[in-house]
Design a protein around this ligand. Structure first.
Ligand code: PRP
Length: 215
């Protein structure tokens, strides 16, 4: 039997997703060894393979069919814009994509144009400001600690993930507008969905049952 391959966004998301999969009997003991430098893990009995990848690479593996199934955040799915099916909301890592800044930037964002937006998510920011709000803004790509942007005068506002709001609060920033809800999603390669329909449907159904049991 052909192996079904999972690509998981490495870190807390992958750990939580593996816990959900374990609840429906899908396990991978090989993956639990913290000292291992292996990149790919197999469950031979179930004909499944798993690998961990940088979150932004997961949609790439899934679109090209190098992974049949991906587990990755909605933020990455929106930012990468790859062709694939999003089939299930796993509910883990729930947070929001927001426009944030100092209180003084509120007016600017509500009405103004030509302000600067720092973000790790330029495509999400472009879609929000250009297509939804019809505002002309300058988007500046950063790779982390985006909250620094307004503090040091690089940008007026940021587009970033807000989970507890602690990072904003500790840096004198606040949510000015909410863009969308985020959480981990299961995605499937378009061809795999046809070729391995029954096995993939069984996995989706199993996970959906687990989520119902946990709720
Ligand atoms: C994320 C995000 C915020 C923070 C939000 O950053 O970019 O900075 O978490 O969480 P909070 O609302 O619970 O404070 P991450 O920790 O991924 O690091 P980064 O800033 O380097 O991207």
């Amino acid at each position: 039997m052909r192996e079904i391959t999972f690509a998981l966004a490495k870190g807390r998301l992958a750990q939580n997703a593996m816990r959900l999969l374990a609840q429906m009997g899908i396990t991978c003991t090989e993956m639990q060894d913290p000292k291992s430098r292996k990149l790919i893990f197999t469950n031979e009995d179930l004909h499944l393979r798993f690998f961990l990848a940088k979150a932004s690479d997961v949609p790439t593996y899934v679109e090209y069919g190098a992974a049949d199934i991906g587990i990755v955040g909605k933020d990455t799915i929106l930012e990468e814009g790859r062709r694939m099916y999003e089939v299930l909301d796993l509910g883990i890592g729930a947070c929001k994509m927001c426009v944030c800044g100092p209180d003084s930037a509120r007016e600017l964002v509500a009405r103004g144009e030509n302000f600067r937006v720092a973000t790790k998510y330029p495509n999400i920011a472009k879609d929000y400001f250009f297509n939804r709000k019809h505002q002309t803004v300058e988007i500046i790509k950063l790779n982390g600690s985006v909250e620094l942007g307004p503090i040091v005068g690089l940008a007026d506002v940021i587009v970033d993930i807000v989970e507890t709001g602690t990072t904003l609060k500790e840096n004198g920033l606040m949510v000015l507008e909410e863009i969308c809800d985020l959480s981990a999603r299961m995605v499937v390669n378009e061809v795999s969905m046809k070729m391995e329909h029954d096995r993939i449907e069984e996995i989706i159904r199993g996970l959906r049952d687990v989520l119902l049991q946990n709720s």
